[in-house]
Design a protein around this ligand. Structure first.
Ligand code: SF4
Length: 204
């Protein structure tokens, strides 16, 4: 598959769960993201295997309206901090912060107006969620109905897994039939980076 570099993030975003697609789309639309969005997205990119240098390059190029000087003053440090390149206690030095799990995204810092972090299954209205799913190619009525039922029961990550399974059904059937993947590789996804990695492996 496409190597994990700054130049390929647009292409790689086809493998992102909805939370990260929303951050990516918002970043492309506004040339900016607010603090918690930057943090959630930076840690996800790190978890994907994007190097610190590429992550800095990605943000620098994405914030199109900023000068290098503004970027370096206001944003560079936080990206390096997330990667553990600067700051933090001895424990985190060199490692930085762990990418957020679904549990964390679902329960911490609900997004306010103008913020794009969080989980669309949890933080969007059903109408907005359905529109976003359709915009990303999920048109199957049974899937959309299932998602609606899941979110009504507050089973947000189950809705996300439902969409994953539908969007990768041919690939999943193939790896199962060929005995390449078993139940361990297909456990319920509870982390955005697992979603990405599984999709990336299945589609390549
Ligand atoms: Fe992201 Fe997890 Fe929500 Fe899926 S369930 S959209 S991976 S936070």
């Amino acid at each position: 598959g496409a190597p994990i570099t700054a130049a390929n993030v647009d292409n790689l975003s086809q493998h992102f769960p909805l939370c990260m697609k929303h951050l990516h789309n918002t970043l492309r639309k506004n040339n900016h993201l607010k603090h918690f969005g930057r943090l959630q997205y930076t840690l996800f990119l790190k978890g994907m295997g994007l190097t610190l240098e590429d992550c800095l390059l990605f943000w620098r190029q994405s914030f199109k309206l900023l000068t290098d000087d503004q970027f370096n003053k206001e944003y560079r440090y936080n990206v390096r901090h997330a990667y553990g390149d600067v700051g933090g206690d001895a424990n985190r030095r060199g490692r930085g912060y762990a990418p957020y799990s679904c549990q964390r995204i679902l329960t911490e810092h609900p997004p306010g107006t103008g913020e794009a972090h969080g989980c669309p299954y949890r933080h969007f209205s059903v109408d907005n969620l359905t529109s976003m799913l359709q915009a990303t190619g999920v048109h199957d009525r049974d899937v959309l109905r299932g998602v609606k039922e899941d979110v009504e029961k507050k089973r947000f990550h189950i809705a996300c897994n439902r969409v994953f399974d539908w969007a990768h059904k041919q690939e999943i059937r193939k790896v199962k039939d060929e005995g390449i993947w078993g139940p361990a590789e297909l456990e319920t996804i509870v982390h955005p980076n697992t979603y990405f990695k599984r999709s990336y492996l299945l589609k390549n």
